[in-house]
Design a protein around this ligand. Structure first.
Ligand code: GLC
Length: 535
């Protein structure tokens, strides 16, 4: 199917549907150990179906020492006992499919855990058959690391293996050694990992740090970033021209795509933090496809101003069409502060409306549908290595956005047993902000979210329709239309705290307002209001 026919309405599931990200440690605990698990997720599938989402992406659930909470995989083809068993996983997939939900896994190809059998074998010595599965270099002449590369969590990207006298590369923790993707055996083994899960019924993958797979093989120092300030993380001190977005990475992704295409109707979405001109090529071309969706993180990264967001949306929509790539939008994930905290409570529904009405696949982070916020984590409860290793950069820690899901008003919010300490503290707001309280309240954030997903189902223009921004002469207001087969919806978003008289819109009927009422045609757009009208 070409992108052109998909615009006309024949959409794939990953184009029409919403992806819902679960951080499994924090969704639902079923065995009272304070950590969420697969059986917990299975028990909550009816809730996910009630949201109107299409697919559920699970952050890593594989065997792991959990030094980076699962993004350090020790066995790609098994489930960590903390989360359950392969049988629990099969049950989850079957139950999800029975409810019409797709299951996506988190595929972590750039690095393994240092506990992985491959690394345990590689570190035995120069002659190990797996030595070249990782990236080893001799020390610099002074005995120090081979070059100036730094890891994402601070400190050098190289650790010395004293026994062999060589350094190994790790773009994250020393316990997350980088795989050597130049080695065809690595690529073959990692392709088999995808096959293993697709045979078990997995519908798609979110691919971790996919733009980091290859490094320049001259191993030159990276230049210093002239804009760096100490307020920002050490990793930002360098310009990553040799460790990110290398031409070889594109080749390797094409190979992965061929593996996916051995199976029907599977997809992958790549984690890629790059500007638009370097992001869109990751979707590939008609001749050589790459990822189905390269994550578009700009709603997280851009300042929250109507004109900034409109300018970006216009450029991104046009560039996606020109590139033949399906657009997508993200407001939050397990690495970014909660969006309600970022944009402010007053703008929460404006942001949610934007995410679910722009052209392209939305990804929703668990709990954002009930308005969960960052939870302040006292020093003694911090567990995220990114935060612990960079105490001078308070924003670096990711625990605040990973706290347990708030299900009800009981102690521990229904996440785990009432007497069990949860792995991260719950929000003090949980007794008021939770699923049970919001489920029965027609004015709640949860039911506003459901109203938005219902509109998406009832109005195909919101899925496959064209996008065009409309200048209403108010810089605080971002307005756009979505049109398909003669139907046009207009989305009006007031990013400001003043009302705006926008004049009567021809044939206007309000379909939804964030204020929960049905304003008359032509009624002023209220402060912080989001409104969707049929024109
Ligand atoms: C990705 C993940 C992040 C993890 C890192 C290392 O950025 O989203 O959580 O720490 O990769 O795997």
């Amino acid at each position: 199917m070409t992108q052109r026919s998909s615009v006309a309405g024949e959409l794939k599931w990953w184009q029409r549907g919403i992806i819902y990200q679960i951080y499994p440690r924090s969704f639902q605990d079923s065995n009272d150990d304070g950590v969420g698990d697969l059986r917990g997720i299975t028990a909550r599938l009816p809730y996910l179906a009630s949201l109107g989402v299409e697919a559920v992406w699970l952050s890593p659930i594989f065997t792991s020492p959990m030094r980076d909470f699962g993004y350090d995989v020790a066995n790609y083809c098994d489930i960590d006992p903390l989360f359950g068993t392969l049988a629990d996983f099969d049950e989850l997939v079957a139950a999800a499919h029975a409810l019409g939900l797709k299951i996506m896994l988190d595929y972590v190809p750039n690095h393994t855990s240092s506990d992985h059998a491959w690394f345990c074998e590689a570190i035995i010595g120069h002659d190990s058959g797996k030595r070249d599965w990782y990236v080893w270099r001799d020390p610099a002449p002074d005995g120090g690391p081979p070059n100036n590369w730094v890891s994402f969590f601070g400190g050098p990207a190289w650790t010395l293996d004293a026994a062999s006298g060589q350094y190994y590369l790790h773009q994250f923790l020393p316990s997350q050694p980088d795989l050597n993707w130049r080695n065809p055996d690595v690529r073959a083994a990692m392709g088999d990992v995808l096959r293993f899960w697709m045979r078990r019924g997995v519908d798609g993958f979110r691919v971790d740090v996919i733009w980091l797979l290859a490094e320049d093989d001259r191993f030159l120092d990276e230049p210093v970033n002239p804009d760096w300030t100490p307020a920002s993380v050490e990793h930002a001190r360098l310009e990553h021209i040799y460790t990110q977005d290398q031409p070889e990475t594109h080749e390797y992704i094409r190979e992965l795509r061929q593996v996916l295409d051995e199976f029907d109707d599977r997809m992958m979405v790549g984690e890629i933090y790059l500007p638009m001109d370097r992001l869109l090529p990751y979707a590939g071309t008609e001749d050589a496809r790459m990822v189905h969706l390269p994550f578009n993180f700009q709603l997280i990264l851009l300042p929250w101003h109507a004109d900034v967001v409109r300018t970006y949306a216009d450029e991104y929509d046009a560039a996606s069409l020109a590139a033949g790539s399906w657009p997508n939008w993200v407001l939050g994930n397990h690495d970014q502060h909660r969006f309600k905290t970022r944009v402010g409570a007053a703008q929460y529904r404006v942001a949610q409306t934007l995410l679910l009405t722009l052209r392209g696949t939305p990804t929703v982070y668990y709990g954002d549908e009930i308005g969960m916020q960052n939870v302040p984590i006292p020093l003694e409860r911090m567990v995220d290595p990114a935060g612990l290793q960079q105490p001078d950069v308070p924003a670096a820690g990711r625990d605040p956005e990973r706290t347990p899901m708030q299900w009800d008003a009981t102690p521990n919010a229904g996440f785990t047993g009432e007497g069990t300490p949860p792995w991260l503290p719950l929000d003090d707001a949980a007794p008021a902000v939770n699923v049970a309280a919001q489920d029965t309240d027609p004015t709640s954030d949860l039911n506003y979210f459901r109203a938005l997903t219902r509109l998406r189902r009832e109005h195909p223009a919101l899925l496959g329709g064209t996008y065009a921004s409309v200048d209403m002469g108010a810089p605080d207001v971002f307005t756009f239309t979505r049109s398909l087969n003669g139907e046009t919806l207009m989305v009006l978003l007031n990013f400001g705290s003043a009302a705006h008289d926008l004049g009567a819109l021809a044939g206007e009927r309000t379909l939804l307002s964030s204020a929960g009422d049905q304003p008359q045609p032509g009624a002023a757009l209220r402060p912080n209001e989001a409104r969707i009208v049929l024109t």
